[in-house]
Design a protein around this ligand. Structure first.
Ligand code: ADP
Ligand code: MG
Length: 699
């Protein structure tokens, strides 16, 4: 092909690749493949390891397996079962040389001519047991022993579409590799590539199509996922810069750590964790910059996010600005307020508390303090959105447990001032926070380190009937209390069955008091008046109560390190993120903590959730499993952006890579604001995302 000079670009139409004609060109374009370059970056959906053939005897029911076999017999019949009446069933007897299994398909009349006895096939599907082992409607591919691409190695399986067979896709990807791979230029600047220890781009592309092994594949995948995220982040930051340049949106208050901040650091009872130190620096630098901070802080339960928020508000106070500290529950608002009040008073900052349930007079006093600027910090629930809430100098908005709030609510608060700094915090990357973190609005910090001495909470699942375990459980609670520790007993409460649930919580409380008369027990739930909630939580925090029976009002934020045990009743009624948050209320001190999950007969999904809770204590891992269980529909907010149709990156698992990509993009743009010295990066960015992000004229 003469037009393809050495070093020329590879974004020519895909029909110039050997083996692609007009019809297939159209089919490929349905898969988003239009150029030879697209084809290089058209990666397998999965792989089949055809180096070693799994013997049929190793197949287990319920698993998804990939096998290579020979067709022994083909049989066609009509379905007799009532649910599948009228279906024509193709049933194929397969042999691996020692054993036989069946594969069945429904209404596929043409199979008979394809799967003739003696044909070798690769199959992929779910293993069921129906009389014997059976694969139901598996994907399959007839193996051609003369085709070296399809046997004896790890075989890539590409996302197929009608009219494109897996074999053919493999073939044309191979021709594209031959034709173009040597012309691919690495668009990640060499210095960055070296510093991050990334694999070479050409090697990575090749590895994705023809993996040599798990480790090398993983390296290649990481590199390519990073590339996608990095390109997107660079594009988004360019767009954001243009946006701010147009609006001249200088922050209301440029903050710089001063005297109060120094005093704050001195007042800490413990050294900062490395992660806290790093994130506080990021926050400080945001607050001193020319655009308002807009940062998402992710950190697992107990990682010490509150401290970062306090550091930010002290920096704001150092420049005379007020902070609104938004939390989702009254219990958490009270906790933060009582902690902050004294601590901040020493630094000369006055904290006030605003909740819906305040008395009129108290409310008037608090609103006055906010409006006059005397209140340096206003901690509060949704009440902060109220129309009467005014500030003198609102410079910082902190949103704790932000997954509990809607975006609109935050915006109501932001409208109360001009261009404040914003810090939102969350324990788990939720489907709701993800879209924000990728649309370029939010910078992301990750607190990926727990304070020293934390031990993972030991979690056990008690499935059997209650009576059998109850005595043991009571003994365990009594023991915990004797050792001077405290216990939460959580009862489910959901809105739909609130009355029933509440009365169940009451009777649980009564029965526990009867069984454990020597313990000091209390009950808390959302319906209690604020004053009572406060009294109950205060007594528990002060160690005056041993056992706190609670609904999920204590789910988020509550921090009482001396509580080391939690029992969660009917645990399968909670979602995974919720269970993780609840469990995060224990394991906050240095000692060993326990969480007991009680459940009757959970659904299969419920049982899987609980097993996952027992096996993992890592919030990111749990969020990931949760998303996977709930399926991709949940993250449609992300999908709609279009620019996030990644080929490699997966936002439910690559959030750490996302943070890295964002940091690197910022670093690069700081050095090279218009990407003039970034080599092929600028071209690649414009080609891939220029139109989607409307970047023309930006860089
Ligand atoms: P979360 O991230 O869940 O909001 P918190 O901010 O409530 O976590 O902190 C959890 C607990 O860890 C608190 O009791 C807090 O005092 C403690 N803590 C925070 N930072 C440190 C640290 N650097 N060293 C020791 N303990 C810390
Ligand atoms: Mg918290």
């Amino acid at each position: 092909m003469s037009f393809l000079a050495e070093g020329s670009d590879i974004s020519f139409p895909v029909r110039f690749v050997k083996g692609v004609g007009e019809v297939r060109e159209r089919a490929l374009s349905r898969l988003g493949v239009r150029t030879a370059e697209d084809l290089l970056f058209f990666f397998p959906r999965r792989y089949e390891d055809r180096r070693n053939i799994t013997p049929f005897s190793a197949l287990t029911e319920g698993s998804v397996a990939s096998v290579v076999a020979e067709v022994a017999a083909f049989e066609k019949r009509s379905s007799s079962s009532s649910s599948r009446r009228g279906l024509e069933i193709s049933s194929v007897l397969l042999s691996d040389g020692r054993d036989f299994i069946r594969a069945v398909w429904f209404n596929m009349p043409r199979l008979e001519g394809v799967l003739t006895p003696g044909t070798r096939v690769a199959l992929y599907g779910k293993v069921e047991v129906r009389g014997g082992i059976q694969l139901t409607s598996p994907e399959f591919e007839v193996l051609d022993e003369s085709d070296p691409e399809s046997v004896g190695r790890i075989v890539p399986v590409y996302p197929a579409t009608a009219g494109l067979s897996p074999k053919w896709l493999r073939r044309i990807v191979s021709s594209a590799l031959e034709l173009c791979l040597s012309r691919v230029c690495d668009y990640i600047p060499p210095e960055m590539r070296r510093r991050l220890g990334f694999a070479d781009l050409r090697e990575s592309i090749l590895e994705m199509h023809r993996p040599r092994g798990r480790e090398s594949w993983r390296r290649a995948r990481t590199r390519l996922a990073f590339d996608e995220l990095f390109l997107l982040q660079t594009g988004l930051l360019l767009r954001k810069k243009r946006h701010f340049a147009a609006q001249k949106n200088a922050p209301f208050v440029r903050g710089k750590p001063g005297e109060k901040f120094d005093a704050f650091l001195r007042s800490l009872p413990f050294p900062l964790t490395g992660a806290q130190d790093r994130v506080i620096r990021e926050v400080a630098s945001d607050m001193a910059s020319e655009t308002p901070m807009n940062r998402l802080l992710q950190g697992d339960v107990g990682s010490g996010k509150t401290l970062v928020a306090v550091a930010a508000l002290v920096i704001a106070a150092d420049s005379g600005a007020q902070t609104a500290f938004m939390v989702p529950t009254e219990i958490l608002a009270q906790q933060h307020y009582f902690r902050l009040k004294e601590w901040l008073a020493e630094l000369g900052i006055r904290a006030e508390l605003l909740m819906g349930s305040l008395s009129r007079g108290e409310r008037r006093r608090v609103l006055g303090a906010a409006a006059s600027g005397e209140a340096g910090v206003l901690v509060g629930t949704h009440a902060l959105f109220g129309a009467k809430v005014r500030f003198k100098q609102l410079g910082l908005v902190v949103v704790d447990e932000q997954h509990r709030f809607g975006v609109l609510q935050k915006n109501t608060l932001l409208a109360k001032t001009r261009a404040p700094h914003v810090l939102v915090m969350t324990a788990t990357p939720s489907p709701r926070t993800l879209p924000l973190s990728i649309d370029g609005d939010l910078d992301v910090s990750v607190l990926d380190e727990l304070p020293p001495g934390r031990k993972p909470v030991r979690t056990v699942l008690l499935r059997a009937s209650e009576r059998q375990h109850f005595a043991r459980l009571l003994a365990f609670i009594r023991d915990t209390a004797r050792q001077g520790h405290q216990v939460y007993w959580v009862c489910p409460l959901i809105e739909e069955s609130e009355k029933l649930d509440l009365s169940a919580a009451y009777s649980r409380f009564q029965s526990l008091k009867e069984y454990l008369p020597d313990l000091r027990a209390a009950l808390i739930h959302g319906q209690l008046p604020a004053g009572e909630k406060e009294a109950v939580m205060r007594a528990f925090a002060a160690g005056e109560t041993d056992l706190l029976v609670a609904t999920s009002v204590i789910e988020v934020g509550v921090d009482i390190p001396n509580a080391t045990a939690m029992v969660i009743e009917d645990a399968s009624r909670f979602g995974m993120a919720q269970l993780h948050q609840l469990r995060g209320r224990v394991g906050r001190g240095g000692g060993e903590s326990h969480c007991v999950l009680l459940c009757g007969k959970p659904t299969p999904e419920g049982a899987a959730r609980l097993d996952a809770m027992v096996s993992s204590s890592d919030g990111f891992e749990i969020a990931e499993m949760d998303l996977r269980q709930r399926g991709p529909g949940e993250i449609c907010g992300v999908r709609q952006h279009g620019v996030t149709d990644f080929r490699v990156a997966d936002l439910t698992r690559d959030y750490k890579l996302l943070a890295l990509a964002r940091k690197e993009a910022a670093l690069l743009l700081e050095k090279d604001p218009a990407l003039e010295n970034a080599g092929p990066l600028k071209d690649t960015l414009m080609r891939r995302l220029g139109a989607a992000l409307e970047l023309a004229g930006t860089a």
